[in-house]
Design a protein around this ligand. Structure first.
Ligand code: FAD
Length: 342
């Protein structure tokens, strides 16, 4: 049979990284096209802080989440150690996760994957008089959009075709493609009618404060300071079921005040830009094969969406799994075509 035609829909972090992994795993046994309504800088992924600090998906076994995080960390660590690091926007960053309540300061499942994880010393905790406990570690950060642009460049180098297109129904692709990989993030609520998927609105500030070198994350996950290469991300909010993409000025002030209370030098930050994104949230990432059929015709689909608050932390691991599912679809197509020949 002719090489299967694969369409990956969505050009956020998940679509780009999944298309790249499919191209790496199946270099010559399929043709790959990326279709998306929007590209960087107009995706949720462009708004994110891009820190590798995992979020927990209640519907996914911890050992699976740990594997996804480990694969992602290993992949990005190698990039951070290469001459591609600055172009890809990947760098190591050290800092602190701090807690007011000692019962919250449990050792997380990912503590042996980040580097140098340890309890904070009493001397370090003096920096945070409102907090009694903390954890110090070094992790990775992806600067967006540089990382998304780097992925796009890698796709082009691997022969992936890229087109702007809004898909209104996956079935509309069945004549042009054999396999469709659905990576549309929050767009899946409309595209495939997934009612388990909901937005968690996040508002963040990107500020110029190049003297801030360490990350600070309040253990409640709401307030954080994440230094990147060109700007520092100040967060944040988590507003369940809010679809509003307009920045709220009251929230901007609240975020700024909360961050200044952890890092007073931010009072002198300049060039404050406000961004809003909708985290595509679900109890678990939907990583699954599905067969659509109408009137005897079939379309093989692989879903990879619903990464919520933790897409950057696990994207390479879920791309690996999605690429494996695409490999299974290719085997099914090749099996059915050899049966047809018999
Ligand atoms: P998106 O980036 O939204 O991409 C979806 C793509 O699909 C877009 O290109 C869109 O145009 C396209 N699309 C949608 N519908 C259609 C359609 N019908 N037809 C064609 N194309 C379509 N994660 C971390 O791990 N660490 C962090 O520090 C972090 N910080 C965050 C901070 C904020 C404020 C926010 C909002 C998120 C943060 N996240 C973080 C989460 C992370 O950003 C998401 O998990 C991730 O970006 C999801 O990527 P995605 O590719 O699924 O979605």
């Amino acid at each position: 049979m002719a090489a299967p035609r694969v369409a990956v829909v969505g050009a956020g972090l998940i679509g780009l990284s999944t298309a790249l992994r499919i191209a790496e795993v199946n270099p010559s046994c399929c043709s790959i096209t990326l279709l998306s309504e929007q590209f960087s800088p107009n995706t949720t992924s462009d708004v994110a802080a891009g820190m590798l600090i995992p979020h927990t998906y209640p519907g996914t076994p911890i050992h699976v989440q740990k594997q996804w995080f480990k694969e992602t960390f290993t992949y990005l660590f190698a990039i951070s150690n290469s001459d591609e690091a600055s172009e890809a926007g990947i760098h190591l960053v050290s800092g602190w996760q701090i807690f007011k309540n000692p019962s919250e300061a449990e050792v997380p499942f990912w503590s042996d994957i980040v580097l140098g994880f340890r309890p904070m010393s009493a001397a370090e905790l003096q920096k945070f008089p409102q907090h009694s406990h903390g954890q110090a570690f070094t992790t990775l950060k992806c600067d967006c959009p540089p990382y998304l642009l780097w992925l796009e460049k890698r796709l082009k180098a691997n022969g992936v075709q890229i087109h702007t297109r809004k898909v209104t129904d996956l079935w509309e692709l069945h004549r042009e493609y054999d396999i469709v990989v659905n990576c549309v993030g929050i767009g899946a609520r409309q595209l495939v009618g997934d009612q388990q998927l909901f937005p968690i609105r996040g508002q963040v500030l990107k500020v110029h404060a190049p003297w801030v070198k360490n990350f600070i994350r309040d253990g409640d996950g709401l307030t954080y300071i994440y230094p990147g290469i060109d700007s520092v991300t100040l967060g944040g909010t988590r507003e369940k079921e809010s679809w509003c993409l307009s920045p709220d000025p009251g929230t901007t002030k609240d975020i700024f005040d909360r961050c200044c209370s952890l890092e007073p030098s931010l009072q002198r930050a300049q060039d404050i830009r406000v961004k809003v994104g909708l985290r595509p949230s679900r109890s678990c990432v939907r990583l699954q094969r599905e067969v659509l059929s109408q009137g005897g015709a079939k379309l093989l689909v692989v879903h990879n969406y619903g990464h919520g608050s933790g897409g950057f932390s696990v994207h390479r691991g879920t791309a690996e799994e999605a690429a494996h599912l695409v490999g299974e679809c290719i085997a099914v197509l090749q099996g059915s075509s050899s049966k047809a020949k018999l």
